[in-house]
Every structure is written in C-alpha cells, then in structure tokens.
Design a protein around this ligand. Structure first.
Ligand code: PGA
Length: 250
C-alpha cells in the first residue's frame, strides 16, 4: 500500500484545512481499498481536522515538534501533546525548517528519537541542495544526514520509520528529480538504514510532485509513496493524486 503525505505548510487556515479534509473523505468514500493518506495541517488546525476525519482511515500528521518531552520552551509543541490530539505522524527536519529555523542534524535526530519514544511516527526529511547534486555528491550528503539521525544511539533500532527524500532544488520549483536518480537514492537509503538494524523503513519522494508526474514515481517499486506540498493544498489536484495512488495500490 503506497502512501501520500499532504504537507499543507502554512498555506491554509483552519477552515480551509477542514474543508480540504472533508473533500478528501468525500473523494475516498465507497472505495474498497483506501490508500495510506496523511494530512499535515498547521498546528492550530490539527484538532478540527482530526475531528473532521473521525474514524476514517485518513490520519493526521504534524509538520514539526520539539525534541524535549516537556519544558520551558515558549511557543513550542511537544510530541506528547500531538499524540493526545490523535496525531499519528510528524514531519521532522523538513528543508524549510533546516533553512529558515536553523534546525541541524543533531536536533533532527533528537526530534526523531523523541517522536519514536512518544509513539508518533517520524517522517524524517533529507535531501541535498543543487550545488551538491551538481558536484555529484548527493549520495554522500544524504548519507551523512541519515547517519546523524538513525545512527544516533538514542534512536531505537526496532522503530518503524519513514524517510522522505526531498532534494531541496525540487521543492516548490516545478523541477523534479529523475525517477532513476530517486530510485537509486531510495535504494541507498534502505541499505544504510538496514546497516543500522532498521528494516521497517518506508521511503517517500518529495519535490514538485503533481498529478502529471506522480504516476511515474508511485509506479516505481523503490518509491513507497510521495510527500506533496503545493499540489496537496488544492482539492482538484489532491483528489487527482489520490486517484493515482489508488491505481498503483490496487
Ligand atoms: P512541493 O513541496 O510539493 O510544493 O514541492 C514538497 C515539500 O516541501 O514537502
């Protein structure tokens, strides 16, 4: 069963998020096989979206969390609070967090470990900048990012985790990585995590995924699903993506 994670970033308000979640439920109604769909609204929209999704098989992911269990961290949100709200998963180390909020590998590692310990499924984002890709060093760059998180002592080895490979130059640009390069990177990611004793790993691709290009990624056996930003914030393209997900899943 392939997975779609809809990362709504800070694009939608609470009411828009609830309306889109309801649209997803309508689109999936009556389907025999429901693909794995995770909707990631901004924090304030989470309780309403969880409520709107009710007992359906569509679940909510958060876009971020703090690495500590609790403490004096004004403005931050703990994994425990997310769990209490019914959040299933959390996106960690998105390149926008790394670029705009100074998140480094050490924090990403601690967040991922805290999520696992709390029982919230971590979706850890990795991916290289353009200059690194052009220099032919993408594999090494992603390897180091993964080593920091999954090679860390605090990461429980038996954890079920998701890695989203999102080349930075492909995010929000309309340019995607080639399926060949993605498949190669995904294989390397799996091999590396397996070397840490981690076998229950799902690997997603993210970066300018649209209904026009989703099939070729989702169809590939090395791609367990997609993490979608822009195209997941509009009902038309989100439903089109769900249709494609249903086609490859069934
Ligand atoms: P995009 O965003 O689909 O708009 O490129 C992907 C992401 O940031 O996760």
């Amino acid at each position: 069963m392939k997975t779609l994670v809809a990362n709504w970033k800070m694009q939608l308000g609470v009411r828009e998020s609830v309306a889109l979640a309801r649209g997803v439920l309508r689109a999936l109604r009556g389907r025999r096989e429901v693909p794995n769909v995770l909707l990631a609204p901004s924090f304030p929209a989470i309780p309403e979206v969880v409520k709107a999704l009710g007992r359906s098989r569509v679940h909510v992911a958060a876009q971020n969390m703090h690495e500590e269990e609790s403490g004096a961290y004004t403005g931050e949100v703990s994994a425990k609070s997310l769990k209490e709200l019914g959040v299933r998963a959390v996106i960690i180390g998105h390149s926008e967090r790394r670029a705009f909020f100074g998140e480094d590998d050490v924090r990403v590692a601690r967040k991922a470990a805290q999520a696992v310990l709390t029982g919230v499924h971590p979706i850890v984002c990795v991916g290289e900048p353009l200059a690194v890709r052009e220099a032919g060093e993408a594999a090494g760059y992603v390897h180091d990012q993964l080593a920091a998180v999954f090679g860390a002592d605090e990461m429980p080895r038996r954890a079920r985790v998701t890695v989203a490979y999102e080349p930075i130059w492909a995010i929000g640009t309309g340019v995607t990585a080639s399926v060949h390069d993605v498949a190669e990177m995904h294989a390397a990611i799996r091999t590396q995590l397996s070397s840490y004793g981690m076998e229950r790993v799902q690997v997603l691709y993210g970066g300018s995924v649209t209904p026009e290009n989703a099939y070729e990624f989702l169809h590939h056996e090395a791609v367990d699903g997609v993490l979608v930003g822009g195209a997941s914030t509009r009902l038309g393209s989100l439903v089109a993506l769900l249709d494609i997900l249903g086609d490859v899943t069934s």
